[in-house]
Design a protein around this ligand. Structure first.
Ligand code: UDP
Ligand code: MG
Length: 312
């Protein structure tokens, strides 16, 4: 009887410093396991030595599949390509920098088999090597998104490290939206999902690809991609301000009738103009977020282009 195939998906962007360490750590774990594996490396347009290192890995280990993108499309697209191309009955997503320790793969598979769950997601207990500011902002983000998101509950402290069975892979493959907030999509498909607690390691080597501006963008992506509540808030603002102006208008009329008009009041006028312009710009910005998203989706561009594939 042939053993069950499990696909491991590893997005790589300029990971020359860790890619070999990653492959060695991974093979050490999976060599002893009673499953067949394919290891899908997605080279997301790296401009360092990652590409040739991956080719060398394929030369010595034919379980590797190398997908070279035509340029950098981002981790979300890289993961999507891995998910699209996985042939296994289950798939595990790993970061190349060993922050999601390959040594946990046996546990993950065991939990999957024991619980019969469709998805086993890694949930960080502690975040080593990260600043209090990052922990604080990340916490705040989960609170906000779960408060406002429609139809989805995104579990706290989860990344992309997870095992998915075939039917959840097939579900995810059907979600082709361009603005991909994967944490949200992973949760959105539903099914039976269980957590596996783990300690997230600091990066083995190399540098993180994220800066705070990108994290802010990701947060906006999550919020605008999974909720229309900001639009509601804009309407509510408009309503409240209209009611207030109406009452203020009545007040002015009576004041003029009984006390006559005077030219004082330029200060309150300028404050009101400034305040209202601020609110207007804000709500136009909120509208713009959604219009931008519509623009992105209507172009119907593919999520990524593959330059070359190396596989057995
Ligand atoms: N990554 C990618 N494309 C990108 C940025 C990152 O494929 O444009 C990969 C990267 O090689 C790594 C994973 O995504 O395997 C996580 O990236 P990183 O460690 O920089 O993020 P962090 O762990 O700090 O969230
Ligand atoms: Mg990392």
């Amino acid at each position: 009887m042939t053993k069950e195939l499990i696909s491991i998906v590893i997005p790589c962007y300029n990971e020359e410093e860790v890619i070999n360490i990653c492959h060695d750590a991974l093979t050490k774990v999976i060599d002893d396991m009673d499953y067949n594996f394919e290891i899908i490396y997605i080279n997301d347009g790296s401009f360092d030595n990652t590409k040739s290192l991956l080719e060398a890995i394929y030369q010595k280990d034919k379980r590797a599949v190398i997908i070279n993108f035509s340029r950098n499309f981002g981790k979300e697209a890289a993961m999507t390509a891995g998910i699209d191309n996985a042939r296994g009955g289950a798939l595990i997503i790993l970061d190349a920098d060993l922050q999601d320790p390959p040594s946990l793969i046996p546990d993950m598979i065991a939990i999957w088999k024991e619980t019969g769950a469709d998805v086993v997601y890694g949930q960080r207990i502690e975040r080593e090597g990260e600043t209090w500011f990052k922990k604080f902002t990340s916490n705040g983000f989960y609170n906000v998104i779960n408060f406002i998101a429609n139809n989805v509950e995104i579990p706290k402290n989860t990344g992309d490290f997870r095992l998915m069975n075939r039917r959840s892979i097939d579900a995810l493959i059907q979600l082709r939206e361009k603005h991909r907030f994967m944490k949200g999509l992973f949760a959105w498909i539903g099914f039976h999902q269980v957590a596996m607690q783990y300690n997230r390691e600091p990066r083995a080597a190399g540098k993180t690809k994220w800066n705070y501006f990108q994290l802010f963008n990701l947060a906006m992506e999550g919020i605008a991609g999974f909720s229309t509540k900001p639009l509601r808030v804009a309407s509510l603002f408009g309503l409240l301000i209209s009611i207030a102006s109406f009452m203020f208008g009545i007040f002015i009329i009576f004041k003029t009738l009984f006390y006559g008009s005077d030219v004082a009041g330029w200060a309150s006028i300028s404050v009101m103009i400034a305040f209202l312009s601020g609110i207007q710009l804000l709500t136009i910005g909120v509208l713009g977020e959604y219009i931008g998203r519509i623009f992105g989706e209507t172009k119907k561009r593919p999520l990524y282009f593959i330059d070359t594939v190396i596989k057995k």
